[in-house]
Design a protein around this ligand. Sequence first.
Ligand code: NAD
Ligand code: UD1
Length: 337
Amino acid sequence: MKILVTGGTGYIGSHTCLALIAAGIEPVILDNLCNSKLSVLNRIEEISGKRPLFYQGDIRDSVILDRIFQEQSIAGVIHFAALKAVGESTQKPFEYYENNIAGTLSLLGAMRRAGCFHFIFSSSATVYGDPHAVPITEDFPRSTMSPYGQTKLMIEQMLEDMQTADPRWSMTLLRYFNPIGAHASGKMGEDPQGIPNNLMPYITQVAIGRRDCLNIFGNDYPTNDGTCVRDYIHVMDLAEGHVKAWQVCGEKAGLHIYNLGAGQGVSVLEMVRAFARASGMEINYKLVDRRPGDVAECWADPAKAQRELGWKATRTLDDMTRDSWLWQQTNPNGYEA
Ligand code: NAD
Ligand code: UD1
């Protein structure tokens, strides 16, 4: 069985390819490499013994999409390809709407032409905005605070509307919380370009000496230690969540929505301490002003995924920090080109 994985050389997509291969499913990757490197394919092959089929191209290009559906027998699509930097999206809203929204429409159009109606979408906890309570269940009201978040909200709405109008569709919306960590081999991990926006890659780059000091954004939030609380999930747990989602509802017509989180809140200071424990390194940090757009607490109630998909995050915070550190140490500059 073949699944088209858009954005499959990216951070979450590449780890999901490993999980798909382990489950006997063949990933076919489409990626334009705007935020990933071709050498990821070598690593997937080293770990799994299989090299995924790869098409270099853009989801906005209907010619390549039609070609893939003609050349391969695609059972379904897992759609990771997107631009994802929240801050950048406020500077370049056109690029975000064009890539993420127009790209998704182009992909859905090609699927309809090919008669493929099985779609899994990478959504985000960002669709919960500033939640009125934690933990967050899937029925919480949706809102968002950035153009990036808008693209996720709008796409969710498009998928719902299309599924209502044409019940042949299976639309699965997976709302990820904060993926971190790396494959336990240290051969694959997160490889942000430029200055990392997210906490874990920033911490590992401070530890390896690429950055001087972690800025902790705000210590006056209404949380236990004043720093923000998030739901960090190991990227391999997240990857396996996609396999479960495919196996349980990927081909079942309907709208399926799941939180994929560990269900545990961890503060920024707790994360810094956990990383120090795993690495034996002290992280140089300073407390600075809040980052605009951050919410105090955001963590999932993942019970629905456990109940209906039989999926639960199993890896601990120590697994996440240890694997992130191993990846960073063995690949101090990320993937080669
Ligand atoms: P990533 O940037 O590592 O991977 C995205 C991949 O998509 C990259 O390889 C990029 O080259 C490719 N891509 C982007 N636009 C494309 C286009 N027009 N055509 C073809 N390929 C294109 O990001 P990631 O962290 O792996 O995230 C994957 C998905 O999960 C994204 O949709 C993201 O919004 C979503 N998500 C990520 C997080 C997170 O914390 N990483 C959290 C919630 C949701
Ligand atoms: C961010 C995005 C979210 C997106 C997710 C994955 C914002 C407001 N939210 O989530 O929409 O889905 O990334 O891409 O950007 N922190 C520091 N110092 C740093 C970096 C982060 O203190 O250098 C803190 C942040 O203030 C936050 C926590 O660490 O409290 C986690 O930050 P981050 O990894 O960026 O994830 P989110 O903000 O939760």
